[in-house]
Design a protein around this ligand. Structure first.
Ligand code: NDP
Length: 258
């Protein structure tokens, strides 16, 4: 019987985070599923997941959420930084504000939450931090420049962090999914259409958005359950790997290059 862990997973209201929160709770862990849309996590309660209201980009919201968990449990064993999003568009077209929004969530939000969890893990002399990056953090494609930039940055951030916190008994893992069947594909395709409308990149961008929709509507992508399985493996391991690259079968980046 594995020891139950106190876990916070962000982005639990949808996709990969939703499936992972349910699976971890079914395995007997104490799971706080965090997201802004708390109502979307109601159905996770049947598995024992505790919905936690959290906006990863707000320091006030992070402090409030962490105090709830620490007051109830007194410790945090695992932090899964899963919340993330990417909007697509030509680098020339995407506004700097939109690019910042991606960095605010995919890098600075993760950094802010992680920085606040670390003192507790150091005090405990143990902990696991799992950052959900992407295959997009290893390879680039056209129209994904800002999203790739956030994930490349998250990879570097995570690698440095791993070296820094190892002496305190804290593990840092990176998960790099390929294309996964979640609402993200549709959202990204819509962003691509919007950002390119009437511009120099419109024709190529529209073609790419159509392909993206086909890809995400079709059957070639991996299911979120596949990633959930890998995240659970990292959570339950006493020595999780530095990197888990998964879901390569869909080859979404090759698709975007055409
Ligand atoms: P979804 O779009 O299905 O879910 C995104 C989650 O992030 C939602 O639960 C959303 O909750 C949460 N979120 C967004 N903004 C915030 C915020 N400010 N504060 C807290 N939570 C927030 O995404 P996926 O499941 O597809 O993606 C999960 C992770 O996996 C992301 O990091 C993504 O980059 C990565 N990934 C996804 C791939 C894919 O093909 N789907 C491939 C590779 C990596 P709410 O809106 O309720 O706050």
């Amino acid at each position: 019987m594995k020891k139950e862990k106190i876990i916070i997973i962000t982005g639990a209201s949808s996709g990969i985070g939703f499936q992972t929160a349910a699976k971890l709770a079914k395995q007997g862990h104490v799971v706080y599923g965090a997201a802004r849309r708390i109502g979307k996590m109601e159905s996770l309660k049947v598995f024992g997941v505790k919905p936690l209201e959290l906006d990863v980009t707000s320091e006030y919201s992070i402090d409030k959420a962490l105090s709830v968990v620490l007051h109830a449990e007194g410790r945090i064993d695992v932090l899964i930084n899963n919340a993330g999003y990417g909007s697509l568009g030509a680098i020339e077209d995407v506004t700097i504000d939109e690019a910042r929004r991606q960095f605010d969530l995919n890098l600075f939000g993760i950094a802010m939450l992680t920085k606040k969890v670390l003192p507790h893990m150091r005090f405990q002399k143990s902990g696991t931090i799992i950052n959900i990056s992407s295959m997009a953090g290893r390879f680039s494609s056209c129209f994904g420049g800002w999203y790739h930039a956030t994930k490349y940055a998250l990879e570097a951030f995570s690698d440095s962090l791993r070296m820094e916190v190892k002496p305190f008994g804290i593990h840092v893992s990176i998960i790099e999914p390929g294309g996964i069947k979640t609402p993200w594909g549709q959202i990204a395709a819509n962003h691509l259409d919007d950002s390119s409308k009437g511009g120099a990149y419109e024709v190529q961008a529209r073609k790419t958005a159509e392909m993206l929709r086909k890809l995400y509507d079709g059957r070639i992508l991996s299911e979120p359950k596949l990633i959930a399985r890998t995240i659970c493996k990292a959570v339950n391991s006493s020595h999780p790997k530095a990197r888990y690259l998964i879901g390569l079968g869909a080859k979404p980046l090759v698709f975007l290059h055409t």
